[in-house]
Write a protein that binds this ligand. Sequence first.
Ligand code: TYD
Ligand code: MG
Length: 465
Amino acid sequence: MAKVKSKWVCQSCGYETVSYLGRCPECNQFGTFVEEITNVVKKPDNAKLSNTILSDCKTYKIKDIKLDEKTRFKSGIGELDRVLGGGFVQGSLLLLAGDPGIGKSTLVLQTTKNICEIEFNGEKLKVLYICAEESPMQVKLRAQRLGVEPDNLYLTNETCIDEVVNKIDELKPDFLIVDSIQSVFCANIASSSGSVSQIRECTNALMRVAKQKNITTIIIGHVTKEGNIAGPKVLEHMVDTVINFEGDKYKQFRILRCIKNRFGTISEVGVFKMEDDGLMEVASPSQMLIESTENATGASVVATLEGSRIFLHEIQALVGATGYTNPRRVAVGLEYNRLLQVIAVIEKKVGLNLSKQDVYVNVVGGLDIIEPSYDLALCLSIISSARDIPISPMTIVIGEVGLLGEIRYVDNIERRLKEAAKLGFKKAIIPPVSDKNFEKIKKIGLEVIQVKKVTDAIIKAMSAK
Ligand code: TYD
Ligand code: MG
């Protein structure tokens, strides 16, 4: 009997070794190594495949390459098109990643409704949906509920990648959906489906077909418990676009965030609401994340900029005596290290001792904030909770906090305040701005207070007025 050969592969970054390692030397994560069998089960016919591709390869002058309407087409879902930078690019490979149950399958199914209506040269686009996780019947049930039953949507629950490629050859679709990449497998590789080797090989096969036949492809991928797309480094560099679908699956709001895009910017986000009849677009999302903040201690509101839109987030903090030797610091929706940094600034520059206090902070609404303009709001929420003094009502707080306790400038303050004023905010605490800028900001109609230090901000934000 042939000897079984194996290697150990980090499931996070794809690093390979011959024996088990507790910590990955590449991505520094613990316990991510899984043994994968490397024996080739069947002789791969990659050689044949690459020959067929090579015979099609030509050299073009850039001027001679023609672009037509088919090169870029809209998905018909405004929020998705915004994130994609104007729609799908023909022949591109897109990875849609997110937690299980967040609504990835629902989103792609709703997209097919519009895609199947698109016509080029009198023919409607053909969509092939590889439902590797669910049976076609289950997908049909969901489609019925969503009111999506176009003529030229084809379903298959084939999970072997070679068979999938055969099906593509037979049907010649213009658009392909693979739900999900963790559930398809390549028969040439012995390791189980979902492992890094399998994902890499399957994505490779799909990439070859998509580029060769100009099929626009959406690959759905689950994220791991650490919050990475399974085999993230491996997958991310292979595809053209990576989109994350985020949010708290027990709440309604979902955010679509682009983290790589070869054909557009990555700054825009799309906002959806999960309802009984599927995902609905939210065109003006600024207010959706705020709950009542009147007279609550430990809550403040910040205006953040995501792409071209302003979001208002409420940051809540709870500070209380600890029952542990090491006090707990828990951050939900914002970066843990920023929380530690803000706590350090509070201790040193404000003189508030938190070494015997647990600190819990949460961004209401279940969405993550990425940009640093929330530092000051975070700082004030923590102090407000620790001292049990509410922040004055209808106050918007913007600013990054430096290690010296200084408040740093953030971009687009005027636009952020305009949005806050629209939603009825009365007072704004902001970093120092130039006189010219201040003149403009004053016209918005808010009471605007510039603060240079964290200590100034505390006095101004917690005054009774
Ligand atoms: P799904 O698209 O199956 O998630 P994923 O493919 O990312 O795992 O969405 C599942 C959740 O969405 C499920 O918990 C129920 C909810 N949902 C609705 O609330 N309304 C709907 O119309 C649909 C189809 C799903
Ligand atoms: Mg699904």
